[in-house]
Design a protein around this ligand. Structure first.
Ligand code: COA
Length: 248
């Protein structure tokens, strides 16, 4: 388990918190592995009724760690992201998220797999995949157009235009926008509401609503093949080097 993922269980609600605030919660391979493990554990536990993803004040998640991208491009790292994405799609428990501050890359695309998302008014959602020479992942190339409509999905996922919290709500990524101070309580309240419902009915209703998971996993896998190809590209390598060498 990574010490940068904190998992707590309370009243049937599992909170999975990313705790790497000094790097704006950019996800390392160890963090992905820990999140995969906690999803698998939760899937096998009757006691856990739903899961909340949370981050740090001002930083929900800055996406995958770009230094890890660079190592992967050089072939020096075994990718574990795919295991996380498959676990995210297949996970049978309702997923919630409490988003404060930045939600970049997978910090935004993972929300397309969530059932209830609360955002602080200052939250900002962006997916700069193509700017990094990459392509959208986490089945966002499938779920994005379905959820947002093609035009808005293209602006977000391909043009990399960010969304404010209110825009993300209008784009149907977010359920509720609240003050940052009320964020976690609001998410917890929704989680308690879900946890108090009959679990079997919730599970079956959610399954029916999510459609064919094999199709979604298939898209995750196709994107992963394309993503791997893009990681090796000159465009991506140049973008990673530029980010890692930038002066502030
Ligand atoms: N990978 C690796 N390191 C990252 C990171 C990422 N995805 N996101 C942030 N960091 C690091 C920064 O390099 C910086 O490290 P340092 O203090 O050692 O220099 C630290 O986190 C703080 O980030 P900083 O850029 O100073 O914060 P900010 O508030 O000015 O900007 C972001 C925050 C998220 C807008 C900016 O860091 C950014 O654009 N990150 C890249 C996001 C991204 O492209 N992710 C991949 C998506 S596919």
């Amino acid at each position: 388990m990574s010490d940068q993922i904190a998992v707590t269980d309370d009243g049937g609600i599992r909170t999975v918190r990313m705790t790497r605030p000094e790097k704006k919660n950019a996800l390392t391979q160890a963090m992905y592995a820990a999140m995969t493990q906690t999803l698998h554990e939760a899937a096998g536990s009757d006691a856990i009724r739903c899961i909340i993803f949370a981050g740090a004040p001002g930083a929900f998640c800055a996406g995958s760690d770009i230094a890890d991208f660079q190592k992967r491009a050089e072939g020096g790292l075994k990718p574990v992201t795919l295991d996380f994405l498959r676990a995210l799609v297949r996970n049978p428990k309702p997923l919630l998220a409490a988003v404060d501050g930045i939600a970049v890359g997978i910090g935004t695309t993972m929300l397309l797999h969530c059932d209830y998302v609360v955002a602080a008014a200052s939250a900002r959602f962006s997916t700069p995949f193509t700017k990094l020479g990459l392509i959208p992942e986490a089945a966002s190339s499938l779920l994005g157009p379905l959820r947002l409509g093609h035009a808005r999905a293209f602006a977000l996922l391909v043009m990399g235009r960010p969304l404010s919290a209110e825009e993300a709500k209008a784009a149907r990524i977010v359920n509720a926008v609240v003050d940052a101070a009320a964020l976690e309580d609001t998410a917890l309240q929704a989680a308690r509401e879900i946890a108090a419902l009959p679990a079997g009915a919730v599970a079956m209703a959610r399954k029916l609503m999510r459609g064919d998971l094999d199709d979604i996993v298939k898209r995750v896998d196709i994107e992963a093949t394309c993503f791997k190809e893009r990681l090796q590209s000159d465009e991506a390598r140049a973008a990673f080097a530029a980010f890692l060498a930038r002066k502030k």
